[in-house]
Design a protein around this ligand. Sequence first.
Ligand code: NAG
Ligand code: NAG
Length: 429
Amino acid sequence: MHLQFSALVAQVILFSLFLVATALARPAPLPQPLLSSPKLNIDIAAAAAPATPAAPDAKGKIYHWEIENFPTSIAQLTKPFHLLQPLQPGKSAFDIVPDPVAKKNQKRNLNRLQKRAPATERILRSLYPAKSYSHSKDPHASFVSTPLTNQAFAGPKSRYIRLEYQMLFQPGFKWVKGGKLPGILLGSEQGCNAGCSGGGSAENCFSTRMMWRANGEGELYLYAAKSVYFPKEPPNTCKRNVGPSSPESIFDIHEQWLNADRIPGDDEGVEAIEDSELVSGGNSTSTLAKRAAMGGSCLNGMKVTISPGAKNICNPAYGISIGRGGAFKFKSGTWHNVTQLVKVNSKGKAVRDGYLVVYLDNKMVIRAENLVLLKNGYDPANAQTDTGLVKFMFSSFFGGGSADYATPVAQWIGWKDFKMSSSPSNVWE
Ligand SMILES: *[C@@H]1O[C@H](CO)[C@@H](O)[C@H](O)[C@H]1NC(C)=O
Ligand SMILES: *[C@@H]1O[C@H](CO)[C@@H](O)[C@H](O)[C@H]1NC(C)=O
């Protein structure tokens, strides 16, 4: 009894010392949720944003989807992924193989092993051919999936979308300058310049993709209600006239695009140039100083919590980078868990009650609150329409749109355990 008691006391002391030591070792840690459960659950969601977690819908129905077992061919993914366009073996930049980092598979010929591996041990890979960058140059790893039914948001209260996946950058992955990773897309992409990626105006839709950058640094790459975050940007016009006082006029290089009839594809040219100038410290000092002043300037009431040292970068043509330069870091050769939890802002004119939390390996790394994702919020009456359809947007490529983003060699990223639900909590465990 005494022995047990002193063992307990010793454990408590050791644990306290551990807490003190960790507190000292990390000077300014990102505020973590109060609950330290290793599982992501409703309490963490509640701690992440002080809003009362609502019932998923009026009847308490939760819509969820997951894929754990992979078929042998990507041609068979249409049904389980609810794909809008089927994937074609040999044409789409994906394949399915046994987990290459699983010990028993390491020295084996994956292609020969492929059909014999149990479905639970197979994974999806996105493939990046040597010299590829940006999605315009090569067939790139992309699909749009609608895993949740369009009644997912039918209840007046459910505005949650939760996306999870596991991902593996191949061992020794060459990060180069960065690339795009999947996220959530909600809303209509129809209409003039209404796209939610690649320079679209993102008024009635939003996307929450992520990016890796040089050295495996991670960030959130957000497109959301442009009229809220870039109020001077004229919305929904095909020709945008950039005057000297428009915020985007400081991105002088953007003007040629902004005045063009066609908004360029994702990051073509522009962002790459801007990035390389930011990184190399470029030479057009005056533009550069103005650009630096633009960092974080669009946040407009959004409350962002990221690691010290990381930045938010506002770019009227290319969305908002949250947590650039150190919000979190990916490692190659090891499986990561990525979770995004979104609460869409409620119906009304720019109601600031949305939030978005990103977890890497069950640790909160980015938190954005008071967020307006849709200009007019989520209207339950639209649940059945294109506007209300929740999509899993998988679009992955190196880039940036310039050759300095290109991968020097053929590389891959592995994926498994895709999950999506209309609940804030983890409904799978
Ligand atoms: C900027 O330009 C000047 C000359 O125009 C050059 O000497 C200098 O090295 C340049 N700086 C950078 C950072 O490129
Ligand atoms: C990721 O999640 C799975 C399933 O919950 C778990 O088994 C695994 O340990 C997690 N990996 C990391 C790196 O957190």
